[in-house]
Design a protein around this ligand. Sequence first.
Ligand code: TYD
Ligand code: MG
Length: 453
Amino acid sequence: MSKTKTIYICQNCGYKSPKWLGKCPDCGSWNSLVEEIISDSHISSTIDLSLDKKILPQELASLETESEDRIKTGIKELDRVLGGGLVRSSTILLAGEPGIGKSTLLLQMLFALSKTLGNVLYISGEESVSQIKLRAIRLGKIPKGLWVVSENQLEIIEAIIKKLSPSIIAIDSIQTMSVKDLNSAPGSISQVRESSSRLIKIAKDLNIPVIMVGHVTKGGEIAGPRVLEHMVDVVLYFEGERYHAFRILRGIKNRFGATFEIGVFEMSDTGLKEVGNPSEILMGAREDNVSGSVILPIVQGTRPILVEIQALVSPSHLTMPRRTTTGFDVNRLAMLLAVAERHLRIVFYDADVFINVVGGIKIQGTEADLAVISALISSLKDVPIKKDTAIFGEVGLTGEIRALSKTQLRIDEASRIGIKRIILPYASSKGLKAPPNTELVFIRHIKELRRVI
Ligand code: TYD
Ligand code: MG
């Protein structure tokens, strides 16, 4: 193995320094020096291309393709997000906040895979083997062929992998791994980058999947270099509100499948349970005839889910009334409040406003606009919206209602769960099939809400 050294390079002008400096002496920018690795091995020009066929360029058109060979994890919700299973020699980054259930998900996956693949290896840099065992006991009968090691030095890990030759490796977490030649602490940019590039090489060399856990910072970014996301093949985020049972696994990047698919899990006292029918569970917990609650069909990837949007509008004694949201963008709420004030002649400036998406689901984009406004009106006037009514649509600044994608999917899911009346954008009325016993109410402007809810 070649010896590695580090150097600090200004990301602005390229100035090099052997030590870290707060200010670049060359271009004067602050905090722009980043640690980078230089390796003293150099490309030898004496390579004989004729010896190794593999390194020659090949004509794409005449390449033989291998039939797609995916390893099913046995956890349906996970396979869905992966695009049908794990691809051999791929690297997967599983990111999420502490305590969300990353280690648990990995262990459960290895439980299932050890039955079909034989030896699988779980490497933890965070927990001792006895702690891992305690967790594993909660998850059920421990299968044979699941090997664990508590280690964070990459050279040792490489040796272990060589000896065991497992058919899949899970690293928990990449931020705790370190390479001996580098002096910086585990979790630093150069350690994370070097450790992950070595693990990626292992995946390619042994033709097995390697899964790495990545911690995220408070801001929701993966700690360590952004480059980690570029290096791996698949990036999955495991998210949810900590005190809600639902955990959502979301594909952010996938070289082998669609992104934006989600998997839904529920944390129980015997590990993560798959939730194949989130709509039923979310609707089952709903109270009847309360004001401020609206059913909204959202679509995540190819999957429609019915969620409940709750609003609470209450008189405020603050000079700056509160606007608080869970699972919904607070800036989007501010915009919707302004649109409602202007076009519906109702006021919120003297009220605290709270929005909650039930079940720990996060809503992105504009699909909840009309439902949020309806919930706000319902709470403000203290008039419940019927429990068999669902509402969806995007709202523009002039109060107009715009179409959303995948309208039919939303309607069908709502009808399946027993919704009898759906309020939706007029703009998407063409070519829709109304399911039996379901009334579709098309509206063009939020002014029409008064008449229909
Ligand atoms: P963990 O997988 O350790 O999270 P992460 O690796 O993302 O930090 O699990 C987090 C929480 O889940 C922890 O607070 C304990 C809880 N838990 C259960 O509720 N049931 C279980 O069966 C297990 C294993 C954990
Ligand atoms: Mg963990």
